[in-house]
Design a protein around this ligand. Sequence first.
Ligand code: NAP
Length: 250
Amino acid sequence: MSPTGSACVVILGGTGEARELAARLVGRGGVRVVSTLAGRVREPRLPAGEVRVGGFGGPERLAEWLRAEGADAVIDATHPFAARISASAARAARLAGVPLLLLRRPGWVAGDGDDWRWVSTLEEAAESLPRLGERVFLTTGRQGLAAFASSPLWYLVRCVEAPDPPVPERMRLLLSRGPYSLDGELALMREHRVDVLVTKDSGGGRTEAKLSAARRLGLPVVVVRRPAVPDVRCVATVEEAVSWLGSAVG
Ligand code: NAP
């Protein structure tokens, strides 16, 4: 139980679902909601309720913090590619004896007319590109661009904040944050004469329009597979997370 006497729910955040969940729980009342963010983005969209920014220093420290906060439940609502914090949360929750739920949106599924090439890493994505085109729309975020740094291809790189070097030599940087519309994505890809799209299998609706646009334009898409998830209870929607909480903290 938290110092305030009400049940304390910790949400590991950094996603739209994490914000949605925090808003739902704060709106309902009766629980103390503490969201945590890595602190990567200078001006993050803040969730409702209390917010803690910055890493913990590993699972043992996270476990200590959970105990100190009197956490009654943890919901890991981080991004599907944030593998370190999810592994850390799984270990910390075990150490602290706090129930943990993973809220993970489903991955994207190719449909009729899609030309998707699955790869396991950004390096593999970079290797596959010269066979697919000259002008690349790279939407994998600002981390890991080193994999494309020695590539002679042209890149339209879209991310929330400017990446640190090394980055592709021939790069046009587009700083923006979704959600994106199909019309917008079609116009952008046409304007920059994009030949191929690279994306992580992030899932969800906020950034899905680029996949529909690629299908419409007949472009290949290189899709980076998700990292493995820890062996913990997992749900796909905010709704399911809310009902799990009902049983976890009463
Ligand atoms: P990561 O590699 O799994 O985490 C690196 C370290 O950052 C973790 O070990 C942890 O530090 C700290 N950290 C990460 N998420 C945290 C959180 N919610 N609260 C407190 N500390 C956190 O994660 P990442 O890929 O760098 O992503 C960072 C954040 O951005 C995540 O919260 C994620 O939800 C969000 N995000 C990531 C992506 C992506 O493509 N990776 C996309 C959109 C949003 P300590 O070990 O010191 O505790």
